[in-house]
Design a binder for this molecule. Structure first.
Ligand code: AMP
Ligand code: MG
Length: 404
């Protein structure tokens, strides 16, 4: 049977980033940048004032002095005449510094006390404080220089990067298109969340939970609905994924050895089955292959197994498909509050991790039945027990994956 890491490698080898597209800046939140960004401007663009005040000549920085105010520069304004000793200009925050000015004194440190908007500049101003050269000036290119590489391809754009791109005047950004993920559930026992239950039926939950995970990963969804337990229905729904040009298909249930587990047989007959068992818990029956050329994940049906299978295998594949720069998951560790038993498979157990004194401590959420979705709700991390390990003592160090 494949180990988790062998299975993940075989999966990742099948995926390549999707194509790119140009998107207007206001639609780039959460999108993956497809090319490096080099600044073609300095930021700040020009020397400017960081306060509302009066710009000073270098000869007028010390001792109390009264200066002639020769101009008034608002943000967005410009005054190009060099100021001389004995002269000043009123200047607002963000306004360009006039030539010849060496510092700005805050209005609070002058005798000009009228603060109502619209008040014209005074004819003279008395400065009551010694000012250092450069004080209250934001220098051109303090933040970054023309030619600096400021953003790298493969990054997920956040508010801060989008703000930077706007300041650099980048109106259109080359990003990867959103991957399209088709989601299929299967099982004769499943009814939609709004449908009444009849004996033996349960509400279908995987398509909702997996859709939420996929949407958080930034993909577009193609919902294939719930297939009945027969090959024809499974096949016709998979065909819809082909028509919709899905980049990947994620199905849940129907891949183990039950008498009605037809998903695996459809992939075997009409596609290619690469593997269908992984040495892990939960989620040993986990199929991977292709349906008509589209990478196909057959996750287990139990809700917790499907969740774990998504985290361990589907998420990294979607990240690669999305164009995200792949980094190994940051390793986080905690210590066991209690001893635990495992069965030798690589296990992803539901745990509650909390800070106790200077240590992160982890305990299980209780019974690990893979249908128990509430115990997943109560967990804030998956606790990983390596393969080959059957028991761990209290205080053993374990790897954890925080779950959002
Ligand atoms: P299976 O893999 O078809 O044997 O399903 C394993 C278990 O998961 C069974 O108890 C199913 O009822 C349950 N199950 C399968 N698919 C879903 C689903 N989409 N939502 C909720 N439970 C499911
Ligand atoms: Mg089933």
């Amino acid at each position: 049977m494949l180990s988790v890491s062998e299975a993940r490698e075989r999966i990742l080898a099948v995926f390549l980033p999707v194509e790119t597209q140009n998107v207007s800046l206001s639609h780039t939140a959460g999108r993956i940048l497809a090319g490096d960004i080099t600044a073609d401007a300095d930021l700040p663009l020009f020397d400017n004032s960081s306060v509302d005040g009066f710009a000073l000549h270098s000869a007028d920085l010390t001792s109390t002095r009264t200066l002639n105010v020769i101009a008034d520069i608002r943000a967005g304004g410009y005054f190009g005449t060099p100021i001389q000793p004995g002269q000043s200009v009123r200047i607002m925050t963000g306004a360009p510094l006039p030539p010849g000015a060496e510092a700005v004194v805050m209005v609070e440190d002058t005798d000009f006390s009228v603060r109502t908007p619209g008040t014209p500049a005074p004819l003279t101003v008395t400065i009551k404080k010694t000012i250092r050269p450069g004080e209250n000036i934001r220098r051109r290119s303090d933040d970054l220089h023309t030619g600096d590489k400021v953003l790298s391809a493969g990054l997920r754009l956040r508010a801060q990067e989008i703000g930077l791109l706007a300041m650099l005047g980048v109106a259109e950004v080359q990003v990867y298109r959103r991957p399209r993920l088709a989601l299929l559930s299967s099982g004769d026992e499943l009814v939609a969340v709004e449908a009444p239950l009849t004996p033996g039926k349960i509400h279908e939950s995987n398509s909702y939970a997996l859709a939420a995970m996929a949407q958080n990963a930034g993909v577009e969804l193609i919902q294939l609905g719930v297939a009945a337990d027969n090959e024809a229905d499974i096949r016709s729904r998979l065909e819809r994924a082909v028509e919709a040009k899905a980049d990947a298909i994620v199905s849940s249930a129907g891949v183990s050895l039950g008498a009605f587990d037809y998903v695996k047989s459809v992939i075997e007959k009409d596609g290619e089955l690469d593997f269908w068992k992984v040495n892990m818990r939960p989620g040993k029956p986990l199929a991977f292959g292709k349906y008509r050329g589209i990478p196909f994940f057959g996750l287990p049906g139990n809700p917790v197994s499907a969740f774990v299978g998504f985290e361990v295998f589907v998420r990294p594949a979607l990240e690669k498909l999305s164009g995200l720069e792949l980094r190994p998951r940051a390793r986080q560790t905690a210590y066991l509050s209690e001893p635990l038993e495992s069965d030798g498979r690589e296990s992803y157990l539901r745990a509650i991790v909390s800070q106790e004194n200077d240590r992160l401590m982890a305990r299980l959420t209780g019974h690990q039945g893979s249908g128990n979705i509430f115990s997943l709700v109560r967990a804030n991390a998956l606790l990983i027990v390596p393969s080959g390990v059957k028991s761990l003592l209290a205080n053993s160090e374990v790897e954890i994956w925080p779950i959002a």
